[in-house]
Design a protein around this ligand. Structure first.
Ligand SMILES: Nc1nc2c(c(=O)[nH]1)N[C@H]1C(S)=C(S)[C@@H](COP(=O)(O)OP(=O)(O)OC[C@H]3O[C@@H](n4cnc5c(=O)[nH]c(N)nc54)[C@H](O)[C@@H]3O)O[C@H]1N2
Ligand SMILES: Nc1nc2c(c(=O)[nH]1)N[C@H]1C(S)=C(S)[C@@H](COP(=O)(O)OP(=O)(O)OC[C@H]3O[C@@H](n4cnc5c(=O)[nH]c(N)nc54)[C@H](O)[C@@H]3O)O[C@H]1N2
Ligand code: SF4
Ligand SMILES: [Mo]
Length: 740
């Protein structure tokens, strides 16, 4: 074959959110293989299933309209022009009646959907502050905590780290293959590994120190680390003096957590905790790679603040913990979002902002001036900043409290399943006057929609991964033409805006014109650089030289922002409302502590269960139980059971697992049965039976005080019992059915 017939392009894998750089091999224009690019050189089997994904018989290829009542499945194909026209006029009608705040949008705003700031732009020019995203329970909330400490985010550099502290996070070949490879390389260089995990995870098994703490006690554990490091003077006094604010107050707080107390809370031995703290402080520079474990606890903000404070007092910030900011040689996502177009009156209507200010527009007020001073822009969006509180949005949908939300755009999101208190999400969706789903599949959320718009796949679009909190921009070439009539997110938003008289805000012809506009700021043309994998930053701001974008200009160990918001300015630990410690009575009826997570190896969040090779690896939703707990519950390995909390129940299959700590169970996230018929009769293809959102409350007692993030890591009690015989035929049919 000649060179012209063989071609290579590069893409950023978006099958999961590790964004591994990959090389696409093409022969005569056809994609024949994906292989790892370099640094990190990794690819996993999820990515290798791309052919099955793209060509799957259930992939939605055309715009559809539901002629039935909400939840009935009477879909007909319609042309794009009709779909966009009808959606735009219905949306306008709702806005005229209830105000623009009656529109809520759930979206994953990153390379996944090819967003480039366009979703928020659309909402801001329309006047709605009610944006929510699943990353509320993930990096989205970590970054807002980093912001109050550093004025921006930090990201870890594995290559220069001598010690890695994993707070539950467990990258391995089947989930975050790229990061697992970076840890492999660091360990080979002789770096130390410390793992906090109740289970002996893959990384815990190879750690120099593994602390098997009780679920949800990370804030207490890290306060114990601080106690040791401050008392034994293992911190970096020069760094502390020059760059931080509130060290004395921090010392007083850490003194409240002697190791005897921390050992009692966490269930780990005091000497082991001290050894880990010493290793972290003295074998550095050390990193704490981001992971979602502290993002879903009643002490989330405190646990993340502790991480920030640890890396600061030890002087690792600006070394292997890299301070990140928008790239000056690129039009930033934050600027493209046009937050200044949303009036102060509309911002003030953001749902949940007053109760949980940290994530919201309200919480950002004190940072506006410092951010402008340091970074030159007023609204810095660090991965879904200025978000409404999802629980408040679904309450407004279901109960008109404090005002009605009646239109919902679900853009690359599976909102029914991707939050908690799923029954109320369902109730809220059922009361909508307009729901639009933009996805690849007829997901459980899409089954409740009026219109389905078919989305392009990451290989079918050019893109750039840069969300103003990255060290560089990763570029992606388009490899394939979109199948059927699939379109990009930008095309959808532009199409709606044009039909609502807002077309002037979306002047770029298509995605590539928008990318071109962004890189022109640095004197580049998209067509000239798209063949590069990375666009390096130039002229980045260094807060170590010019000051931090916080009110004091320093790294705030004591947060003046939290203080003004009425929150504790220092990290603390509080026992979850439900636990064998705080509610021993309840624990007699519900003897097991629930942990949601430990993602299945062969699916991604609510996606990939329709892909045959993936489903073969993880055929069923499974609850992991210790053999003693199986015996005590009177059930058997492989049996279908109900897992019931004080909030609700879900169905799972028992998997006997000696590694799962006794007295605790693991519940998976994101299960539905794509091959089941859609609609209300099947519980939206099983989502109302098998998804974790059914057992998780969004009540205040189970959320983080500062950000309202729901707790999924301990602090919720459950019981397990066999399902009734009436369910067995349905479950047998599940066993017999095969993904396509
Ligand atoms: N109950 C509960 N909720 C959770 C979690 C949990 O454990 N339990 N986990 C949380 C975490 S860690 C995260 S990161 C968030 C994630 O939240 P989301 O990112 O919203 O994840 P998904 O629920 O998988 O929804 C993504 C949807 O996008 C579709 N999709 C995939 N690729 C594309 C694309 O290229 N274009 C478009 N338009 N659509 C695409 C998929 O089919 C899927 O329906 O969820 C959070 N929510
Ligand atoms: N295959 C696959 N890969 C994925 C995903 C997927 O759905 N499938 N999802 C992606 C996404 S969105 C995310 S956010 C990540 C999640 O990936 P990880 O960060 O690895 O999170 P989990 O797999 O949920 O759990 C990791 C470990 O945390 C431990 N753990 C649980 N609770 C606690 C606790 O309270 N404290 C501590 N210290 N440890 C605890 C668990 O025992 C488990 O060993 O994975 C990403 N990669
Ligand atoms: S871990 Fe696998 S699926 Fe995730 S980005 Fe990397 S190659 Fe893709
Ligand atoms: Mo996540």
């Amino acid at each position: 074959m000649t060179c012209a017939e063989r071609e290579e392009k590069h893409v950023i894998c978006n099958v999961c959110d590790n964004y591994c750089p990959l090389t696409a091999e093409l022969e005569q224009g056809r994609l024949v293989n994906l292989r790892p690019y370099e640094d990190p050189k990794a690819i996993c089997y999820k990515a290798h299933s791309y052919k099955e994904y793209i060509n799957h018989p259930d992939r939605m290829l055309y715009p559809m309209k539901n002629l039935g009542k909400r939840g009935e499945q009477r879909w007909v194909r319609i042309p794009w022009d009709q779909a966009l026209g009808e959606i735009a006029s219905k949306l306008q009608e709702i806005i005229n009646r209830y105000g623009p705040e009656s529109l809520a949008v759930s979206a994953l705003v990153d390379n996944c959907t090819g967003d480039q700031g366009m979703v928020r732009r659309f909402m801001n020019v329309l006047g709605s502050p009610n944006f929510i995203s699943g990353v509320h329970m993930c990096a989205g909330n970590t970054f807002q905590v980093h912001r109050v400490t550093f004025g921006t985010t930090v990201g870890e550099d594995f290559e220069t780290a001598n010690c890695i502290l994993l707070v539950g996070h467990n990258p391995h070949k089947g989930n975050w293959a790229g990061q697992a490879a970076q840890i492999d390389a660091a360990l080979q260089r002789g770096a130390k590994l410390i793992v906090l995990d109740p289970r002996k995870s893959e990384n815990a098994a190879r750690a120099h120190i593994h602390l098997p703490l009780r679920y949800g006690t990370d804030a207490a554990m890290l306060l114990g680390f601080l106690h040791v490091i401050l008392e034994e003077k293992l911190y970096d006094p020069a760094f502390v003096a020059q760059y931080t604010y509130g060290f004395e107050q921090l010392k007083a707080r850490a003194a409240e957590y002697p190791l005897s107390k921390v050992a009692a809370i966490t269930g780990c031995r005091a000497e082991e905790i001290a050894a880990a703290a010493r290793m972290f402080a003295t074998s550095g520079p050390s990193i704490i790679p981001w992971g979602p474990i502290p993002d879903m606890q009643v002490n989330s903000t405190s646990a993340i603040r502790c991480q920030d404070i640890l890396m600061s007092v030890c002087g690792f910030v600006g070394k292997c913990e890299v301070l990140q900011c928008p790239m000056p040689n690129l039009v930033s996502v934050s600027e493209l979002e046009l937050h200044e177009q949303l009036s102060p009156a509309q911002k003030a209507k953001q749902l949940g902002g007053a109760q949980y200010p940290l994530l919201s527009y309200q919480g950002y007020e004190q940072l506006r001036e410092p951010v402008k001073r340091i970074y030159g822009i007023e609204w810095l969006d660090l991965l879904a900043s200025f978000m409404a509180n999802p629980a408040a949005v679904f309450r407004a949908m279901a109960e008109d409290d404090p005002y009605p939300v009646r239109a919902f755009l679900n853009l690359g999101s599976n909102a029914l399943m991707g939050y908690v208190n799923q029954q109320r999400v369902f109730d809220g969706l059922m009361r909508q006057e307009l729901i639009v789903a933009f996805d690849h599949w007829m997901t459980p959320t899409a089954q409740l929609a009026d219109y389905f718009l078919p989305a392009d796949y990451f290989l079918e679009r050019a893109g750039m991964l840069n969300d103003d909190s990255a060290a560089a921009a990763m570029l992606q070439q388009r490899v394939l033409e979109p199948r059927g009539e699939c379109r990009s997110l930008y095309a959808v938003l532009k199409g709606l805006a044009q039909r609502m008289g807002l077309g002037a805000w979306f002047p770029w012809e298509d995605d590539e014109a928008l990318l071109d506009y962004r890189v022109q700021k640095g004197g580049k043309r998209w067509r000239d650089i798209e063949g590069d994998m990375i666009l390096e930053p130039s002229g980045m701001v260094d807060p170590l030289k010019v000051g931090f974008a916080t009110p004091t200009g320093k790294i705030e160990l004591y947060s003046t922002v939290l203080e003004k918001l009425g929150c504790d300015p220092l990290p603390y630990y509080r026992e979850p409302a439900q636990s064998p410690v705080s509610t021993p009575e309840l624990a007699r009826e519900y003897p097991l502590t629930v942990f949601v997570g430990l993602r299945d190896k062969a699916n991604y969040l609510t996606n990939l269960r329709q892909i045959k090779t993936m489903r073969t690896i993880n055929p069923y939703p499974e609850v992991y139980m210790h053999p003693q707990d199986i015996r005590r519950a009177g059930v058997e390995n492989g049996q279908w059971v109900w897992v019931e909390t004080t909030h609700g129940r879900m169905m799972l299959r028992v998997l006997c697992d000696e590694v799962q700590p006794e007295g605790t169970i693991r519940v998976p996230h994101g299960w539905w049965i794509p091959e089941w018929e859609g609609g209300l009769e099947t519980g939206l293809s099983g989502a109302m039976l098998f998804n974790d959102g059914m057992i998780l409350p969004d009540d205040d007692w189970n959320t983080d005080r500062e950000q309202g993030v729901p707790n999924l890591r301990g602090g919720l009690l459950a019981k397990v019992y066999g399902v009734g015989e009436e369910n067995l035929p349905m479950l047998a049919s599940l066993a017999a059915k095969k993904a396509k």
